[in-house]
Write a protein that binds this ligand. Structure first.
Ligand code: SF4
Ligand code: F3S
Length: 109
């Protein structure tokens, strides 16, 4: 089992989640985060921290978000993105993008 960052994070990237993770398993990309499934200890403390409810346990992923399990795993495995464990400012237009659905197409690597 692992926890997974889903599309609600894209272009918002609030980063409240990273402050509470006890094992520093969030990785930061240009406009979203992922969770490294090899590091996540399934503690769930990050879930209520996300203002847009982007984080799910893999077994609870909504049907239209299941592809994010592989996205989180593949990006983590690639080593492309650095670890983030300190909260920073969200993205400039986070309020606008928090309302937008179907943001998968905007994920930047
Ligand atoms: Fe970190 Fe726990 Fe969230 Fe996994 S579930 S990403 S270990 S805070
Ligand atoms: Fe993304 Fe939510 Fe964390 S928007 S950066 S998963 S607090």
């Amino acid at each position: 089992m692992t926890f997974v960052v889903t599309e609600a994070c894209i272009k918002c990237k609030y980063t409240d989640c990273v402050d509470v993770c006890p094992v520093d398993c969030f990785l930061e990309g240009p406009n979203t985060l992922v969770i490294d499934p090899m590091q996540c200890i399934d503690c769930a403390v990050c879930v209520p921290e996300c203002p847009v409810s982007a984080i799910y346990a893999d077994i609870d992923l909504p049907a239209d978000q299941k592809e994010f399990e592989k996205i989180n795993a593949d990006i983590s495995k690639s080593g492309e993105w650095p670890m983030i464990n300190k909260k920073k400012d969200p993205m400039p237009e986070h309020e606008k993008w928090a309302e937008v659905k179907d943001k998968r197409q905007y994920l930047e690597r």
